[in-house]
Design a protein around this ligand. Sequence first.
Ligand code: HEC
Length: 116
Amino acid sequence: MKLGIMPCLAMAAVAAAATVSTVAFGQVPSGPSTDAEILALMKTHCVMCHAAEPTHEAFAKAPAGVLLETIAQVVGNAAKIMTQVVVNRAMPLGNQTGMTDRDRDRIAAWVEGRNR
Ligand code: HEC
């Protein structure tokens, strides 16, 4: 019996470790930021204001005319996004969405990757 239980526990530990590392990988992706990741960040932190029809109650139209709903729009505003999000940290406005330094790093990496 003892011999039967030990490998079983070892397997469970390996399985648990694998699950944990998968989750961690999902939260801290390595390598270049993808377009999908950038669009997800825009959706979470920017699009409630920067959309053709903002859902944020304070805005009836996109502030400064900046739309961030598609990759083409994000690419077109890439330099301004670097300034506002990474350099000045003025966006997201008042950091209402709680954007982390890591999110800002991912955006910077994506913009810099495109400029290579
Ligand atoms: C709560 C609403 C709100 C959110 C969320 C928000 N913004 Fe803004 N954004 C504004 C407003 C208001 C202005 C206009 C500010 C001004 O003209 O001083 C602006 C202006 C801008 C501009 C134009 C600045 C310029 O050069 O004229 C850019 C680029 C921008 N935002 C990017 C972003 C990005 C990227 C995010 C998400 C990370 C974001 N914003 C999130 C409200 C918001």
